[in-house]
Design a protein around this ligand. Structure first.
Ligand SMILES: NC(=O)c1ccc[n+]([C@@H]2O[C@H](COP(=O)([O-])OP(=O)(O)OC[C@H]3O[C@@H](n4cnc5c(N)ncnc54)[C@H](OP(=O)(O)O)[C@@H]3O)[C@@H](O)[C@H]2O)c1
Length: 221
């Protein structure tokens, strides 16, 4: 099995690499620095360089994966941006950082991945239930929420374009103990990633365009 993880230097992305490698998959994964590349090398994965928020870097993904045919591709890179409650207008710099990473990044990467999948591949974006409007009951972190709602739309469009060629889904990984999730989060990365992998493996073509919790429970958009 050939797997690609976008955004794999730490946290959920690095654990995805670790578990797919432990399963014997050939894994290519992207990082932004030497320390990340070193961690991937130690896991026996191929390190690619990619900053999804940089146009020149992102456009270089296609040649790095030229000739590859992935069974599973997961776009995981993301940032949370400024945290806070209520209607605090973000600075333009914060807006651009979060939207360029969480939305424009996937819009740069997904078209390149679409050309590098086996027929019937599984393609996932790690989104968040904070991007769900149907489930929203809190006014925290509105910039992050808006970015994840937007990337959910991006995933839905991708699923329509790739219908019949790949099964494309968005995931909420749980509230996970990573740099982003913090030490007080609900679950560890191992639990989150094991659930994501199990859910991905069990998907059928009928699940194309779906939004799932890490444990496989469908989520409202
Ligand atoms: N943890 C949670 O509770 C939680 C909940 C819901 C959703 N999520 C989502 O899950 C995904 C992974 O989160 P995490 O908790 O593992 O976060 P994390 O520990 O902060 O890791 C974020 C990852 O994204 C990469 N990244 C950030 N900006 C990038 C860019 N411009 N180009 C390429 N890679 C970039 C980071 O690489 P560098 O090391 O180079 O910065 C790192 O590998 C994110 O999309 C996040 O929104 C997390």
């Amino acid at each position: 099995m050939q797997v690609l993880i976008v955004g794999a230097s730490r946290g959920i992305g690095l654990e995805l690499v670790r578990q797919y490698r432990a399963d014997g998959a050939a894994v290519s994964a992207t990082v932004r620095d030497d320390a990340g590349a070193q961690r991937l090398a130690e896991l026996g994965a191929t390190a690619l360089r990619l900053d999804v928020a940089d146009a020149a870097s992102a456009s270089g993904l296609a040649w790095q994966i030229d000739g590859a045919a992935f069974d599973v591709a997961i776009v995981n890179a993301g940032v949370i941006g400024p945290r806070g409650e209520g209607l605090a207008t973000p600075t333009e710099a914060d807006f651009d950082h979060v939207m360029h990473t969480n939305v424009l990044g996937p819009m740069r990467v997904l078209p390149q991945l679409a050309e590098a999948l086996v027929p019937g591949a599984r393609l996932a974006v790690i989104s968040s239930r904070m991007g769900s409007m149907g489930l929203q009951a809190s006014a925290s972190n509105w910039l992050y929420r808006a970015s994840k709602a937007a990337v959910n739309s991006v995933l839905k469009t991708t699923s329509l374009v790739l219908d019949g060629r790949a099964t494309c889904v968005a995931f909420h990984p749980g509230w996970v103990r990573t740099d982003m999730g913090g030490a007080g989060a609900d679950i560890d990365v191992g639990t989150s990633v094991a659930g994501i992998r199990r859910t991905l493996a069990a998907l059928t073509a009928a699940d194309n365009g779906g939004f799932f919790n890490y444990d496989g429970t469908p989520l409202a958009w």
